[in-house]
Design a protein around this ligand. Structure first.
Ligand code: HEC
Length: 208
């Protein structure tokens, strides 16, 4: 009974496969439900290669984990490294926040230049590049809303005055940088800006 004919497939006795009569492709053996069969197609090459790669990856992974005990794979070591790093960062940040920073105006050229960079980038939008004021108050006149000592100005730059639109910079600028930008602002006092904003606050003696 060779080549027994069914509705849409034939059984080839010589081979171990059944062959689809329409496409001549292989059919899966013993897979006939209500006369419907599946083609026994080869898997696509990209799929096979992906599979081989996972095997290679798995072998490398196991060798690294069990033979070489790689630092980034052994969980205990990984944990220890991360905790050490976190402790280091924590200490660095509390150190820089807590060391008493002397509230004095910096006068060396490097600090003033660094302060000007920060000012042009972060402050000029609101206080204008020449310090004449726009959204924020004028830095060149003798009138100050929150006081004009280094301590008072430092407090404002650190914590901002959110309800009035002054940004807090404590997360963006280190204490040293805040001191630099304020030292630059001190150099703007007494200069003549192009469009000075009307005085705001109280007339105060200039402490520097
Ligand atoms: C988004 C706008 C904005 C930016 C950006 C901004 N400021 Fe201000 N600043 C203001 C406003 C508005 C005030 C007034 C706050 C008030 O009325 O209490 C102010 C007030 C101040 C004061 C107090 C002035 C006074 O008369 O007492 C200082 C000092 C100051 N800013 C410094 C800075 C520095 C330094 C930067 C950049 C690192 C900066 N500001 C960036 C809007 C801004």
């Amino acid at each position: 009974m060779s080549n027994e004919k069914h509705s849409n497939y034939s059984v080839n006795e010589d081979s171990q496969y059944e062959i689809d009569t329409l496409t001549n492709d292989r059919l899966l053996k013993d897979h006939s439900y209500d006369g419907i069969q599946e083609l026994d197609n080869d898997l696509p090459p990209w799929w096979k290669w992906l599979f081989y790669l996972t095997i290679v990856f798995g072998i490398i992974y196991l060798v690294r984990l069990w033979v070489f005990e790689a630092d980034d794979l052994v969980q205990n070591t990984e944990y220890k490294i991360e905790v050490d790093e976190a402790n280091r960062l924590y200490q660095a940040s509390t150190l820089s926040q807590n060391t008493e920073l002397e509230m004095k105006v910096l006068t060396d050229a490097n600090s003033i230049a660094a302060g000007k960079d920060i000012y042009d980038k972060s402050c000029a939008v609101c206080h204008t590049a020449d310090g004449g004021g726009l959204v924020g108050p004028n830095f060149t006149d003798d009138y100050w809303i929150h006081g004009n000592t280094m301590e008072e100005m430092f407090q404002i730059v650190t914590n901002g005055v959110l309800e009035k639109g002054m940004t807090p910079f404590k997360d963006q600028l280190s204490p040293q940088k805040r001191l630099e930008v304020l030292s630059y602002i001190v150099t703007l006092h007494g200069t003549t800006p192009a469009n000075p904003k009307a005085a705001e606050g109280d007339k105060l003696d200039w402490p520097y």
